[in-house]
Write a protein that binds this ligand. Structure first.
Ligand SMILES: *Cc1c(COP(=O)(O)O)cnc(C)c1O
Length: 232
């Protein structure tokens, strides 16, 4: 069941990418509110990267998957895509492989300090508020360079790029300008940091437009797992 949905989503991404003459983006499966068993099912179908919004929720699922004792479960890659509170940064640095929501300087040192020495550096995206409107989260576009420089200077962190959540206009085409601005910002930042490879933007209903505008990673929940019981 989930394997079919995965196949469909990958096909849509492939179609959108080839229509735009762009590389096929990475798919992040957004598993918030979904059970660990659903994650295991998608993993068995080959999807290994999962996004969670809350540190504690991710911890619970990681524990459940470890205790399920399924020996063939492949190593999963965990991304934090929800707002990161300062008092959760220590846990985030150990539980996740990527933190996509770094939007202020104060998080940088904490994440770096608590990244375990035995692990590879924590992959980090700067979350940018490209619409500059309702959302309280994400740094201002003019502050991206400063934040990116601070992350890049930390050996225990690995700056990978930008993440954006544009204002969810009901008319999907109205989201396009924000995606386009994000790509311009990303390309500009790559002059300073040529190693950057990730622009995370686009969700279930607008990922084709995001790919058209140059997303390298899309974050998809509903189109994979079905509608969530409660909005988070
Ligand atoms: C929930 C969520 C998604 C996925 O949204 P869908 O519409 O279910 O695909 C993507 N990114 C973030 C930051 C989210 O919170």
């Amino acid at each position: 069941m989930l394997a079919h949905a995965l196949h469909d989503v990958l096909q849509q991404l492939g179609n959108a990418a080839s229509a735009a003459h762009r590389p096929v983006p990475r798919l992040l499966a957004v598993s918030k509110t979904q059970a660990a068993t659903a994650i295991a099912e998608l993993a068995a179908a080959g999807q290994l990267a999962f996004g969670e919004n809350y540190v504690q929720e991710a911890a619970g699922k990681q524990r459940a998957l470890a205790e399920s004792g399924s020996p063939r479960l492949p190593a999963l890659e965990w991304h934090l895509i929800g707002h990161l509170q300062s008092n959760k940064a220590k846990d985030a640095a150990t539980l996740f492989d990527w933190v996509q929501t770094v939007d202020r300087l104060s998080l940088v040192a904490t994440l770096a300090r608590h990244r375990p020495a035995a692990r590879s550096p924590l992959n980090v995206l700067v979350q940018v508020n490209v619409d500059d409107e309702a959302s309280k989260h994400g740094c201002r576009p003019e502050d991206v360079a400063l934040l990116a420089d601070a992350i890049a200077a930390e050996p225990r962190l690995r700056l990978r790029g930008l993440m954006v959540i544009p204002t969810p206009h009901a008319d999907i085409e109205q989201r396009r300008p924000a995606f386009r601005r994000s790509r311009v910002l990303f390309d500009g930042l790559r002059h300073r940091h040529p190693q950057l490879d990730t622009l995370s933007m686009g969700m279930s209903d607008d990922c084709a437009i995001a790919v058209d505008e140059g997303a390298t990673m899309v974050r998809v929940g509903t189109a994979l797992f079905g509608a969530r019981a409660a909005k988070t």
